[in-house]
Ligand binder design. Structure first.
Ligand SMILES: Cc1cc2nc3c(=O)[nH]c(=O)nc-3n(C[C@H](O)[C@H](O)[C@H](O)COP(=O)(O)OP(=O)(O)OC[C@H]3O[C@@H](n4cnc5c(N)ncnc54)[C@H](O)[C@@H]3O)c2cc1C
Length: 387
């Protein structure tokens, strides 16, 4: 199954095809299956490599600030994540976080904030993080408690954030805090907090099944200039949702990349594994498994690039993006599980590609809106559209 075959689909323009082919060749030569025990160091290196080669320019908006385009091209973003995830999950993570971490600045930052941070993010010289979740506010983001008050020309932050990717290695954090202009979602603001600011502490590093930098942050009387607030006071929830809106389809694309790699590995194993005088691939039960894997992948790909294409036409894609994320992440889990099964005992040996994929896919069904949240979005949208 050619993982680049879909580039011939009408969703893409020549620039998308050129981009995906070039990134695929670069990833094959530079990052394919490169892993290190020091995940922080590897992540820093990947950000530098991705920035140095120009790929991160597609994760930020604004040609005046190092971005490839003025409005993020969703198809480019998805092709980047799909391709990188197929070669190396941590490379996809490094790319995605540069976009997600700086997304609020790209979308709602002041000219000064953009000029200060975006060129460094695009060049891979500054690492960023998106700090929204809290111990008691994950799916229910509006329940957040981490608070901030304005004192003179400063914002003073107190509270905690958790599950923060790049926590501990980021140069700056975009932090969402309760500022209390109104109850719930209307009383939240966004703020840039530089690493090393007094009062910001990495309270805990969190070890997860697919290792990447992840931490709980603690803010105690942490003071930042008011000029580091992103957007107006009370507008932070909207800024967070707009950012997630851009990146949700790209999570689906990353899942698609993981699934494609599992297919590639599973197919090669089935064709080469001698069994009962034939090969594993010669049995109809194996062929049925491969057929289901291929069907799941193509269905997910169609949903991912439908959502990306529609978004690039300027349409609202709430339902389409939710469908893409739900189908691609749940489907990738099944495809990867089937690939592990094709490998037999070898499939659960630490470090073999299908074992890594088995660990890597799991959290995509939880973050940026768990599968149940995507189901609710789709259901509610259908009801709203058909009153
Ligand atoms: C590896 C990883 C990286 C992350 N990176 C970041 C980051 O960089 N920045 C950040 O801010 N956050 C990050 N997160 C946090 C992530 O967004 C949250 O984990 C997610 O929003 C779920 O919140 P929670 O973990 O508190 O689970 P909960 O909100 O407690 O939800 C638990 C489960 O409840 C179910 N559920 C949720 N809503 C409903 C419903 N309405 N009806 C029925 N069931 C429901 C779902 O199955 C869900 O998995 C990351 C998480 C992980 C695992």
């Amino acid at each position: 199954m050619n993982p680049l075959e879909h580039l011939g689909w009408p969703f893409f323009e020549p620039r998308h095809r050129d981009f995906a082919l070039a990134l695929d060749a670069w990833a094959q030569d530079t990052v394919r299956d490169v892993h290190s025990a020091d995940v922080d160091a590897q992540c820093r290196q990947l950000v530098q490599q991705l920035g140095g080669a120009g790929w991160l320019r597609h994760a930020v908006a604004g040609t005046a600030h190092g971005g490839a385009v003025d409005v993020i091209d969703t198809r480019m973003l998805c092709l980047a994540r799909e391709t990188l995830a197929r070669h190396n999950g941590l490379a996809d993570f490094a790319f995605a976080m540069q976009g997600l971490g700086s997304g609020a600045i790209s979308l709602a930052g002041t000219a000064e904030q953009k000029a200060r941070w975006l060129p460094q993010v695009a060049a891979g010289q500054a690492i960023c993080a998106f700090a929204l979740s809290e111990p008691d506010a994950g799916s229910d983001v509006a329940a957040m408690q981490c608070s901030a008050r304005v004192e003179g020309d400063q914002v003073v932050i107190d509270g905690e954030k958790t599950w923060i990717s790049n926590g501990g290695i980021a140069d700056f954090y975009v932090v969402f805090v309760r500022t209390g202009e109104a109850p719930g979602a209307r009383g939240i603001s966004a703020c840039i907090v530089e690493a090393g600011t007094p009062g910001l502490e990495i309270a805990e590093r969190i070890e997860v099944i697919a290792p990447h930098p992840l931490a709980r942050l603690r803010f105690s009387n942490c003071r930042v200039p008011l000029s580091q607030r992103i957007g107006a006071a009370g507008e932070g929830f909207k800024v967070a949702m707009r950012t997630l809106d851009v990146f949700r389809t790209s999570v689906a694309a990353a899942a698609l990349g993981f699934a494609r790699r599992a297919m590639e590995e599973g197919l090669a194993r089935a064709k080469s594994r001698p069994m009962f005088g034939q090969h594993l691939a010669d049995f109809q039960l194996t062929q049925a498994k491969l057929a289901q894997m291929a069907l799941t992948i193509d269905s997910a790909a169609l949903l991912v690039y439908r959502a990306a294409w529609e978004r690039d036409q300027g349409r609202v894609v709430t339902r389409q993006a939710a469908m893409a994320k739900l189908a691609a992440t749940e489907g990738a889990q099944q495809v990867i599980d089937a690939a592990v099964q094709l490998f037999g005992g070898l499939g659960v040996v630490s470090g073999v590609p299908v074992e890594r994929l088995y660990r890597e896919i799991r959290s995509l069904r939880i973050y940026e809106g768990a599968s149940e949240v995507q189901q609710l979005i789709i259901g509610r949208d259908l009801i709203k559209e058909n009153p």
